[in-house]
Ligand binder design. Structure first.
Ligand code: FIX
Ligand code: ZN
Length: 437
């Protein structure tokens, strides 16, 4: 029987928040992880066997760390080159990164610290000078059982995937086995970036897949693209439809009438029909340094007005929105105050650092109360769930303690029951309730 104690001092509040946030199962609403049926690397250093990335060599070659190692070993004429790096095997790349970022320098960055936290939480010593001891440990793990271990350590009860239907490799996997996503630990998300980022190219692909479509929207295009979306939402049992959008994204956008038409006549009706949110991740400038591959993307300040216009013009639709620029965060919070069909989520990518997670969580609590989703992991490598949630829980907890202490000062009776209920909303229930709206 849990007690409902009225908490009056900061230390008691701190203990209660810590216990609540540690015990609270988390639904991670955006990751790039996959069920084991998408294929997992069998052992450290093996060629990638599929889409589920895990283990020390993937952890250490996370694209955040690739970007960072090229800062300390720059690709300059006559020294180390991008080509040399990309010619290395994944273990060789990992050894290069471990040497330069973890041994010869102090691993102070958030992405470096994340590897250390993960190793420590797995019961390993993060101070090894080479990766060999870790490779031996990971070689003994079974990927499917390891997923359960990672979920137990991270406290995540649902790993929400990102399933890009325009990725030929992944689409073929779904077409071959429609049950590939059937794993109670995971949920699928239909990711459709090209339909807005490259309408003509996307239409050409749809035509090649047998849909009767034309880039000028003639004929049965609208019905056929709607059919395409319905088919994939149903095949994946997708919980939302997602896109990453550039800083230049506008709605309406006189410069992109095709995009406006796709949103208005196709995407919004299908999302409303299926009760699915449209998750917009806005502000990613892709490939500013193509030589870095996935590590070559950048951030740009975007237009919150596009979000406001969509929420207003489509009141029956639901919008999950995260923006990549720190400068967009306050305006996005204010927009969420204006529209109940807008759910702000996460500290995305370059914002997923303690100083910014704290700033954003404090801002959101003060402007939105508990009506937002404070974090998602964006984990690309399964093991990252451990550190991304360990680090974020602590910060979210720290901010909550301050805010409850403020309420006590205002004379409010803060109870352990209310703290547990608030933490449940923030870490899990707001997402599931929003899906059911
Ligand atoms: O568009 C996205 O889903 C981004 O999160 C990724 O493309 C990005 O590379 C990432 O993993 C950031 O954390
Ligand atoms: Zn992502």
């Amino acid at each position: 029987m849990t007690t409902t104690a009225i908490l009056t001092d900061r230390a008691a509040i701190g203990r209660c928040v810590h216990e609540a946030i540690e015990a609270q199962p988390i639904t991670d609403i955006h990751t790039h992880c996959y069920t084991p049926r998408f294929g997992a690397t069998r052992y450290p250093g093996a060629e990638r066997e599929g889409l589920l990335l895990w283990g020390i060599d993937e952890l250490v070659t996370y694209h955040y760390l690739i970007a960072e190692v090229f800062r300390v070993v720059p690709a300059m004429k006559g020294s180390f080159s991008y080509e040399q790096f990309w010619k290395m095997s994944r273990p060789e790349q990992a050894d290069h990164i471990w040497k330069h970022l973890f041994v010869e320098r102090t691993p102070l960055s958030e992405a470096c610290r994340g590897v250390l936290t993960t190793l420590t939480r797995l019961g390993l010593d993060p101070n090894e000078k080479t990766l060999e001891p870790y490779r031996r440990w990971f070689a003994e793990q079974n990927p499917d059982k390891y997923i359960d271990r990672v979920m137990e350590l991270s406290g995540v009860d649902q790993i929400t995937m990102t399933n890009p239907v325009f990725d030929d490799t992944e689409r073929a996997m779904w077409e071959e086995d429609a049950s590939i996503g059937d794993d109670p630990r995971f949920a699928a998300v239909l990711r459709i970036d090209p339909l807005l980022r490259d309408w003509p190219g996307a239409v050409k692909k749809l035509a090649g897949w047998g849909f009767d479509v034309s880039a000028d929207f003639s004929g049965r295009t609208i019905d056929e693209v709607r059919r395409f979306l319905r088919e994939w939402v149903d095949r994946q049992s997708a919980v939302y439809i997602a896109m990453s959008l550039p800083p230049e994204f506008r709605y309406p956008d006189p410069a992109n009438p095709d995009g406006d038409r796709f949103i208005r006549d196709i995407l919004m009706p299908i999302c409303a029909e299926r009760g699915l949110p449209w998750a917009m991740m806005i502000g990613s400038k892709l490939g500013v340094n193509p030589a870095l591959g996935d590590a070559g993307d950048m951030v740009g300040k975007a237009d919150v007005g596009a979000v406001v216009n969509l929420c207003r013009d489509f009141p029956e639709n639901k919008f999950l929105v995260t923006m990549l620029s720190r400068e967009n965060q306050h305006e996005l919070c204010v927009a969420a105050r204006k529209f109940g069909n807008l759910m702000v989520f996460g500290c995305w990518w370059f914002l997923n650092n303690p100083v910014l997670i704290e700033e954003m969580t404090r801002m959101r609590l003060e402007l939105l109360g508990t009506s937002f989703i404070p974090q998602h992991s964006d984990a690309r490598i399964l093991d990252q769930l451990i550190y991304k949630w360990d680090h974020s829980r602590r910060i979210i907890g720290k901010v909550l303690v301050d805010k409850y202490a403020d309420l006590v000062e205002a004379g409010y009776h803060v109870t352990s029951e209310s703290i547990r209920a608030d933490v449940a909303r923030l870490m899990r229930d707001n997402f599931h309730d929003f899906l059911k709206l």
